[in-house]
Each structure stands twice: as C-alpha cells, then as structure tokens.
Design a protein around this ligand. Structure first.
Ligand code: NAG
Ligand code: NAG
Length: 399
C-alpha cells in the first residue's frame, strides 16, 4: 500500500487499530491496466487506523476485507430488462486487452446487474491492438446494450520519438531501484499517458459527453438506483469519484513543480473557487499527493476537451514526465479537475459501492439503505490515514 511511500514514516500508521489488512501475496490480478498495485516488500503487515466515527455499530470489522470473496465474480448476467431508458449522452468505457476477457466479463456483469441493465448505456472498448472475434462476441453477449470497439492509433499509445531514450531508461532504472511498481514498464507508461490525454480524443468517443470508466476485475458492490450521468448533468458536475488516495511520490518527482509553472503561465485557467485545498496542505507550495482513483471515473469528457485541459496536457506532455518519470493519469486528472473547475463541480459518489483490489468504498448511513450491498456499511478506507476523503470534505466545511 502506498502508506509508506510518500516520505512519511510507516510507523505513523501503526497505531491504535481495529483491523489488519494483510496482502502479502498480492498478485497482479488487474493486469497492466490497473493503476494501483500493492508493493509486497513495502507492506509487511499494514495496520490501518480507523477513527471512531468510522466505526459503526452494525459492522464489527469495519476495515476488514475478505479478499477471497472478491474473486467470486459471477459472470452470469440476469435476464435483461428493457433497454434504452438512459437518457444521458453517455457511454461505459473500458480499456482492455484480449487476454483480459475474463476480468472484462466479470466487471461487465457487476455493472450490468447493479446498474446498466435498467439503463442500456452503450459500452465502448478500446485497445491498442485489434480485438479478437472471440473477445467481441463474448463481450456483446454480456449486455443487451450497444457495444463498439475502437483501435487506438499508434501515436496515442507509443513513446514519442522526441523522448530521449537514454534519459527515459535512466529514469526507469532509478525507479526500479526504488522498487516502484511498473518501474521499468513502458506499456504501463503508454497507458497512463493515453488515459491522461488521448482516450477522449478517440473518434469512437466523439459522439459522447459523459463516460463511466470501468476496468477489468472491478466490482460495483451495491445497486446503483439512480443515473449518475443524469446526476452530473443536472447538477452541472464534471468529475465523480468513489476513492481518493495519496500517490507514490517517486512516480511524480517533478509533476507538481511543472503544474506550478503552468499555473504561473496560465493563471486564466485556474478557477477562483478551485479545490487546491484537496491537493496541497500549504496553499500550493507542495503537493500532498492526493488524487482521485481514476480506475473509477464518471465524468464529463468535455472538461478534458476544454482549452484549459488541452493546454495543460500538452504542457505536461512536452516535459516528457510520462516517460522520464511515471506520471499517472490519476494525479493528472485530479490536479486538473481540482484546479480548473470550481470545487462544486467535483462529486464524491458516496452512494456507489466500488471495489478495485485491494481497496473499496462502501456506502454508509442512509446512503447504504436498500441497495443490496455486498459490503458492510462504511467498510472501506474512506477515513484511513492515507485516504484523502477528509481533505475533500474539508473543502466544503470551511476548514
Ligand atoms: C452468452 O450468455 C449466456 C448467458 O449469460 C451464456 O449462457 C452463454 O454461454 C453465452 N454465450 C457465449 C457464446 O458466450
Ligand atoms: C453528445 O455530446 C457530444 C460531445 O459534447 C456532442 O458532440 C454530441 O452532439 C452530443 N450528442 C447529443 C445527442 O446530444
């Protein structure tokens, strides 16, 4: 867990505890496309501190997950209901490889059963190689909604020619020595860059405004009894999340200084009512590493298509940090959403239960009622020390 990664003392997290999460043998079950993976040797045994208010009488083991449960993903989809009810200009979107088909079907099953079979939003799949016929037919069979497949052009997926390969190799070696996950992995960097600056430019996505990003092997843990796309549209929100965490500092050593330069050059893009307090604990001097977990996003592509974000992405791209370092799409998206939009346009989907190994968000209190959740109310890391939810809430509480 990146508890210990941001220069903080690991012992700081080992204090009064209610639960222990032990993932000593976590495997890369989520494939390349998973943003977050535990680093075994940095997690001997992690004791998560959960504040009293997170403890609920109805759940004794607040933060205790049972990883084995999470793997029983039913790939069988219940009988389809009438489709076409969803009215938003939106699509489900998944970046996947052919060999991830099992994880793809498992994610689709939870999204369809918990939400989409009542709404019929189309699915869009993206890959840097052609999907096989088998992949396509199995995916089509898993939903009654429209499905389309897009091939990512090479220039959106590969390391640009102008990147200095000697410098990039040096950066990867340094990261490997620091035992950072995906340290010397170039495809992973291609993916982070693609998700940061190119997915919403794919021709197949031009017809849509809103998207729900789904990854292989994730779970929607409760029924979603509302339409999150309508919610964004009707409330003029641009970005919705379920989990917010701190990033590994070693993957982004110069990201924040680059962001600060950009803000000085382009003060016109920084919103007056921004969410800088989510990103920085000292008014912008340093980055506190907080970001929304981008493997789940329900958001407005027109924000990524805006001039502010386009200029921002180009500025980052020209620095080469996607390759010289390992800038992730999660901090890149989060920083942009927090700075260029008013904070009221961000949204914490408290009422959506979501799990991406090994973390989850489970609704609590009134939000939990009647959703047939497969998780215990509040059982997640919302208020664990490395979570950034509290900082998000403080944006709105005048702190
Ligand atoms: C299609 O889906 C049904 C129901 O989930 C399943 O029984 C069937 O085996 C699937 N067919 C193919 C070709 O995957
Ligand atoms: C959906 O949104 C896209 C992007 O804003 C837009 O180009 C398209 O016309 C919209 N479609 C409808 C039906 O409103």
């Amino acid at each position: 867990m990146y508890l210990s990664l941001s220069g903080r003392k690991r012992t700081g997290f080992i204090s009064a505890c209610v639960a222990v999460i032990l993932y000593t043998t976590y495997t890369l079950a989520c494939g390349f496309y998973s943003n977050r993976v535990l680093q075994e040797d940095l997690v001997p045994s992690v004791v998560i501190e959960v504040p009293d208010e997170a403890l609920r009488p109805d759940s004794e083991n607040v933060a205790l997950h049972n990883p084995s449960d999470a793997h029983e993903s039913p790939t069988k989809i219940e009988a389809p209901r009438p489709v076409g009810i969803g009215t938003a200009n939106a699509t489900m979107v998944m970046l996947a490889r052919n060999d991830e088909i099992d994880g793809v079907l498992s994610s689709m099953a939870t999204v369809e059963n918990r939400f989409n079979r009542e709404h019929g939003y189309p699915w869009t799949f993206l890959n840097e190689v052609e999907f096989t016929e088998e992949f396509k037919s199995r995916v089509k069979n898993a939903t009654s909604a429209h499905v389309s497949f897009g091939l990512i052009p090479d220039e959106h997926w590969s390391q640009p020619n102008w990147i200095d390969e000697v410098m990039a190799t040096k950066g990867r070696k340094k990261m490997a020595q620091a035992k950072i996950i995906y340290a010397d992995n170039v495809p992973y960097r291609n993916m982070c860059r693609f998700n940061s600056g190119f997915f919403y430019k794919q021709p197949i996505l031009q017809q849509y405004r809103y998207y729900w990003r789904v990854e292989p092997n994730v779970r929607i843990m409760c029924d979603v009894k509302f339409d999150p796309f309508d919610y964004l549209r009707d409330n003029n929100k641009i970005y919705g999340f379920t989990i917010a965490f701190t990033e590994w500092e070693k993957t982004i050593p110069t990201l924040w200084s680059t962001v600060k330069e950009f803000m000085v050059k382009h003060p016109e893009y920084v919103n007056e009512d921004n969410a800088l307090g989510f990103l920085s604990d000292n008014k912008g001097k340093t980055y506190n590493l907080c970001h929304f977990w981008s493997n789940f996003e329900i958001a407005d592509m027109n924000f990524w298509r805006s001039e502010a974000y386009e200029k921002f992405f180009d500025y980052l791209e020209n620095r080469g940090g996607f390759y010289y370092e390992r800038w992730g799409d999660a901090p890149v998206h989060s920083i942009a959403a927090a700075l260029f939009a008013p904070k009221e346009q961000l949204h914490f989907f408290r009422n959506i239960g979501y799990r991406h190994e090994p973390f989850q968000h489970c609704p609590s209190g009134a939000d939990y009622e009647g959703l047939n959740c497969e998780c215990k109310a509040g059982d997640g890391l919302d208020y664990a020390p490395q979570s950034c939810i509290r900082r998000y809430e403080n944006l709105f509480s005048g702190k």
